[in-house]
Design a protein around this ligand. Structure first.
Ligand code: 13P
Length: 333
């Protein structure tokens, strides 16, 4: 474990003015994204789409790191000289990252709840990923709000897995992105989201402590505290911002260098507005940098613009979103 490398990488990932591009959709998820624009998902089309994203001019001005799926980490640019993506990103000063969980599966005996898998063999996979060039990893735990859920067991089992993953990553000198996602799906209120997010973060940090995880060498990737997608009353930007910052302040130790939100199904505009509002109102009083690690909120316009062959429009749309979110990391919109 190289502590120096871990702490430097983690703080570089959350540097002011920059955020993370989550482009780590698994092959089935990439398939449905491509299908939505009428493109068949093949090894080649996934490669072309990721090539369009990563070669966008000036992407390095706004993006500190890119999370990739196993297939993508091993792919190269589609131009004739075929530069490995890892080298392309490193040359731009962007840190390559890798999703290492193998997905959220049904939690046996707990109807409607999920547990994230992928710990078996993880130590060896991390060694290989480090050798390929990945310097950070991602593991997403999913917590669902519904009738009588989440159960305490679901939260603690997921927190335990997150902590085991984080500890293995650090052993391999790879920064773990710790992602406990309380889903937006459902009709719950923002207050219910607060309560569940508060409890989840509390238990996650307890487990990280039990497993001796170096907090200076992680990045937290939480959901924002937000109304359920089907809730009749949608909290406004100010309320989301206030409640999210309050929840983070009560649970996230100062040693953590940064917090990079997921977008989780928010519109691209709202994801930016929320981040901007939090930084505008609270940047001075927060011990950690607050930034983005968006998937859909960064890619939705780029995917549409690209449409399978319009690289220029795809890249233009990506850079526009990346730039807006970069400004939001300093509350400058
Ligand atoms: P979204 O921003 O689309 O939620 O994706 C982020 C991510 O990496 C989820 O694991």
């Amino acid at each position: 474990m190289n502590e120096q490398l871990l702490t430097t990488t983690a703080s570089d990932m959350v540097k002011k003015g920059k955020g993370i591009l989550a482009a780590d959709e698994s092959t089935p998820t990439a398939g449905s994204r491509l299908k939505s624009i009428g493109v068949e998902s093949t090894f080649e089309t996934r490669n072309e789409y990721r090539d369009m994203l990563f070669t966008a001019k000036r992407i390095e001005d706004f993006i500190s790191g890119v999370i990739m799926f196993d297939e993508t980490l091993r792919q190269s640019t589609t131009c004739s000289n075929k530069i490995p993506f890892v080298k392309l990103l490193n040359d731009k000063g962007i840190i390559p990252g890798i999703k290492v969980d193998t997905g959220a599966k049904n939690l046996s005996a707990f109807e409607g709840e999920k547990i994230t898998e992928g710990l078996d063999g993880l130590r060896d996979r991390l060694k290989e990923y480090f050798n390929i060039g990945a310097r950070f990893a991602k593991w997403r735990a999913v917590i669902t709000i519904g009738q009588g859920i989440p159960s305490d067991l679901c939260i603690s089992a997921n927190a335990h897995a997150l902590a085991r993953y984080a500890s293995l990553c650090q052993e391999a000198s790879i920064v773990p992105i710790v992602e406990p996602e309380v889903l937006m799906n459902g009709s719950h209120t923002i207050e219910e989201c607060y309560e569940v997010t508060d409890k989840t973060l509390k238990i996650v940090f307890e487990q990280l402590k039990h497993f001796n995880v170096l907090l200076e060498g992680i990045v937290l990737k939480p959901n924002m505290v937000i109304s359920g997608l089907d809730c009749n009353e949608q909290a406004d930007v100010e309320t989301v911002s206030e409640m999210t910052v309050k929840c983070l302040k009560s649970n996230v130790p100062e040693a953590v260098p940064g917090i990079a939100f997921l977008s989780g199904g928010q519109t691209s505009d709202l994801a930016t507005e929320h981040l901007n509002c939090m930084n505008k109102n609270h940047m001075e009083s927060m011990p950690w940098n607050l930034t983005f690690s968006y998937g859909r909120a960064l890619q939705a316009d780029a995917l549409k613009g690209w449409g399978g062959n319009n690289r220029e429009l795809g890249q233009e749309n990506l850079i526009k979103r990346a730039k807006e979110n970069s400004l939001a990391t300093e509350g400058n919109i």
